[in-house]
Design a protein around this ligand. Structure first.
Ligand code: NDP
Ligand code: X2W
Length: 349
C-alpha cells in the first residue's frame, strides 16, 4: 500500500459553518463526497431552525440527506469535540470571532472569509471596516493559495483561504513575477468579471435579477486590491465587474514585460510552475467561464505583443475561488492527494 493510500485510511471529521450560504453549500457537497473527510455537522446562523439541506438547496433532494443546524455558541466545547477540522464559510466578522475559539479547541480551521488574509493589521479598518480583534493570529494564518503554499506553512492550523478575484489574479501573475519577467515598476491592470453568486445568497437590490447587467464597481478601493498586492509584492490596478451570470470569474490582465522577453520564456514560466499542478489548466485558447463553472480548475491563457502581455484567467468563484480551494488545502495539509474529492461532478447551473 502506498503512503498516500494508507493516509487516506485515517479519516478526518469536519464541521462546516455557514452551510446554508453559497460557498458553504459547495463545501457540503464536496465534503459529503470526500473519501477521507467525514462531514459530521453543518451549521447556519444561530437564529435559524434546523432544516434539511435539500430544502435549502432542492437540487440535492434524494442525493444528500443532511440537517443544517443552528449554530450554538454555548455548545462550542461539545461541537468541537466531534471534529478535527472546521470549514468557515461565514461573513468576515463572524470568522474573526469564531476562528480563535475553534483553534483553541484544537481544530484545524480553513476560513473562506477575508478575516485573516491581510498580514498588515493596519489595513483592516480601511478595507474591512474595523480594527482586527486578533492581530496576533495574522502571522500564524498562511495565505491559502493552494498552488503556492509551502510545506512549512502547511504545518499551521489556521488557513486564510485566498479570495475569489485574488485567486484568479494571482495564479495568472505569480509565474511571471517569480520568473522575473515583468518590467521594472510594472503595474498589472486586472479587469475581472464575477457572476452574482460572488455576492452571497442574501438578497439585495443590487444583485436582484432585474438589476444586474454588466458594470464595474469598487474602483481602487476594493478589499481584494491589498490582498492581491500582498501576494504579488507589487501595486496593481484592480477593477471588479458584476455580470449577469450565476457563477464564475473571468479576469483579463494586462502587464508590461521586460524588453526582449520572448514568447518561449513566458511559456516556460507557466510550464515551470504549473506543469505538476493538476488544478491549473494551461490552454491554447482563451478560457471560457462556462468551462470552469461547476469545476475546481483555474484555466489560463496568454498572448504577447512585444512587451505587452495579456493573461486571461477563469475560475468558478464558489469552487476554486472558495470551497474547492479550502478542500485542496485540507488535502495538502493532511497528506491526501491534492485532487482528492475534487475531480468528480460536472456542470451545475
Ligand atoms: N460567494 C463567493 O463567491 C465567495 C465567498 N467567499 C467568502 O466566504 C464567506 C461566505 O460567503 P457566501 O457563501 O457568499 O455567503 P452567504 O451569505 O451565501 O452565506 C453566509 C453563511 O454564513 C451564515 N452566518 C452568517 N452570520 C453568521 C454568524 N454570526 N454565525 C454563524 N453563521 C453565520 C449564514 O447563515 P444564515 O443562512 O442562517 O443567515 C450563511 O449560512 C464570506 O466571508 C465570503 O467573503 C470567498 C470566496 C468566494
Ligand atoms: C460579485 C461580488 O460581490 N463579489 C464580492 C467578492 C466575493 C467575495 O465574497 O469575496 P472574498 O473572496 O473576499 O470572500 C465582492 O466584490 O465583494
Amino acid at each position: 500500500m502506498s503512503q498516500s493510500q494508507s493516509k487516506l485510511l485515517s479519516k478526518k471529521r469536519a464541521i462546516i459553518l455557514g452551510a446554508a450560504g453559497y460557498s458553504g453549500a459547495e463545501l457540503v457537497q464536496l465534503i459529503s463526497q470526500h473519501p477521507a473527510i467525514e462531514l459530521v455537522a453543518a451549521y447556519a446562523s444561530a437564529g435559524r431552525k434546523p432544516e434539511a439541506f435539500a430544502s435549502l438547496y432542492p437540487r440535492y433532494s434524494n442525493q444528500l440527506d443532511l440537517q443544517v443546524l443552528p449554530w450554538q455558541p454555548e455548545a462550542i466545547n461539545e461541537i468541537a469535540q466531534q471534529a478535527d477540522i472546521a470549514f468557515l464559510a461565514l461573513p468576515h466578522e463572524a470568522s474573526e470571532a469564531l476562528a480563535p475559539q475553534l483553534l483553541a479547541k484544537g481544530l484545524v480551521v480553513f476560513d473562506l472569509s477575508g478575516a485573516f488574509r491581510l498580514k498588515n493589521a493596519a489595513l483592516y479598518p480601511e478595507f474591512y471596516g474595523c480594527p482586527h480583534q486578533h492581530p496576533e493570529l495574522l502571522p500564524q494564518a498562511p495565505y491559502g493559495l493552494a498552488e503556492w503554499i509551502s510545506a512549512s506553512e502547511l504545518e499551521q492550523s489556521l488557513f486564510a483561504v485566498a479570495g475569489c478575484y485574488p485567486t484568479a489574479s494571482a495564479l495568472a501573475l505569480l509565474p511571471l513575477i517569480k520568473a522575473g519577467l515583468l518590467a521594472d515598476g510594472a503595474v498589472p491592470v486586472i479587469n475581472a468579471i464575477s457572476g452574482v453568486s460572488g455576492a452571497g445568497r442574501k438578497a439585495s437590490l443590487g444583485t436582484s435579477f432585474c438589476e444586474v447587467g454588466l458594470s464595474a464597481y469598487g474602483f481602487f478601493g476594493h478589499r481584494h486590491r491589498p490582498e492581491i498586492e500582498q501576494t504579488l509584492g507589487c501595486s496593481v490596478v484592480f477593477t471588479p465587474h458584476l455580470g449577469n451570470f450565476k457563477r464564475g470569474i473571468l479576469a483579463t490582465i494586462s502587464v508590461c514585460l521586460k524588453a526582449g522577453i520572448s514568447k518561449a520564456e513566458v511559456d516556460a514560466a507557466y510550464q515551470q510552475y504549473y506543469q505538476h499542478k493538476p488544478m491549473v489548466r494551461l490552454l491554447p485558447r482563451s478560457p471560457n467561464v462556462a468551462d470552469v463553472a461547476g469545476t475546481c480548475f483555474c484555466d489560463l491563457h496568454w498572448q504577447q505583443h512585444g512587451q505587452q502581455l495579456v493573461v486571461v484567467s477563469a475560475i468558478d468563484n464558489l469552487l476554486k475561488g472558495a470551497a474547492a480551494q479550502a478542500v485542496q488545502l485540507a488535502n495538502l495539509k493532511f497528506g491526501y492527494p491534492e485532487t482528492t474529492g475534487l475531480l468528480a461532478g460536472g456542470y451545475r447551473d
